[in-house]
Design a protein around this ligand. Structure first.
Ligand SMILES: NC(=O)c1ccc[n+]([C@@H]2O[C@H](COP(=O)([O-])OP(=O)(O)OC[C@H]3O[C@@H](n4cnc5c(N)ncnc54)[C@H](OP(=O)(O)O)[C@@H]3O)[C@@H](O)[C@H]2O)c1
Length: 242
């Protein structure tokens, strides 16, 4: 039996990954998000709001329960938010930085920390996939907090992989960029005002020209990647190369 704990499995990329995994009866999926949209006998939803750190801390033991019979244990930190688009210093609320960092960095770090701790003695194959973005590798005006949060995810993943290697645990950690995918997040990007984000038109064009990948297509590539992690030695990976 394989256990997949996926944050943000209610929509977009996370939902597509969960649904594809549930087609295999050997897989069990735990979805962690505020809402739920999946009903399946091998699916369990754990409601959690990642902007409420105290609630997350109190509910961690409900997410990472004992799975003595698991052969594979996978954590996919996929939930993420863009936050408000706009220039720093121009009507940006200070609370927004905390919100984006809590959802995109602090909670994924807490989940990874707890996953590694709880299952340390477990003999199963263990993999953590932190969903990152090209926006963590080059700046995009109007997206400062999002870009910074994804850069943090990349470095967090690289550092934790280094630690796991030093311990000889065999655990694999990845920071995976999914590419440009037709989800609610892209809808929010297209609605933005060009005065707050200069390249908005490029993102509107992706949609108009049918250049966005579907969540199902990307979900399928990520599931295939999860079946072949022994072929991926680098921590930073991209769906574009899969
Ligand atoms: N779409 C793209 O083009 C693209 C490109 C690069 C990277 N990414 C990354 O891919 C990941 C998935 O994005 P997506 O495009 O699939 O986005 P999406 O369709 O907006 O889905 C976001 C998911 O995150 C969950 N989430 C949001 N806020 C949350 C909160 N406060 N607490 C708990 N869960 C929360 C949502 O669940 P609930 O609403 O039910 O809580 C939802 O399932 C993100 O990390 C994103 O940064 C996306």
């Amino acid at each position: 039996m394989n256990i997949y704990i996926i944050t943000g499995a209610s929509k977009g990329i996370g939902k597509a990954i969960a649904e594809e995994l549930l087609e295999d009866e050997n897989n069990r999926v735990v979805g962690v998000s505020r809402t739920n949209s999946i009903k399946h006998e091998n699916y369990r939803h754990q409601p959690l709001d990642f902007s409420d750190i105290e609630a997350v801390e109190h509910n961690l033991q409900k997410v990472f329960i004992s799975y003595p019979e698991a052969q594979k244990l996978v954590l996919i930190n996929n939930a993420g938010v863009l936050g408000d688009i706009g220039y720093v210093g121009e009507n940006m609320q200070n609370e927004m930085f905390q919100f984006v960092f809590d959802v995109n960095v602090v909670v994924p770090a807490m989940l990874m920390n707890t996953f590694l701790q709880v299952y340390q003695q477990h003999q199963a194959q263990k993999v953590v996939v932190n969903v990152s973005s090209g926006a963590g590798k080059h700046p995009i005006d109007g997206w400062a907090s999002y870009c910074a949060s994804k850069a943090a995810i990349d470095m967090l993943s690289q550092t934790v992989q280094l630690e796991q290697d030093k311990r000889g645990s065999g655990v694999k950690i990845y920071a995976l960029s999914p590419g440009v995918v037709d989800t609610g997040m892209q809808g929010q990007i297209r609605e933005s005002d060009a005065s707050r984000f200069s390249t908005v038109e490029k993102f509107r064009d992706y949609k108009a020209k049918g250049e966005l990948a579907s969540p199902e297509e990307v979900g399928s590539k990520i599931v295939n990647f999860l079946h072949n992690t022994d072929k991926y030695r680098e921590v930073i990976v991209s769906v574009r190369d899969m």
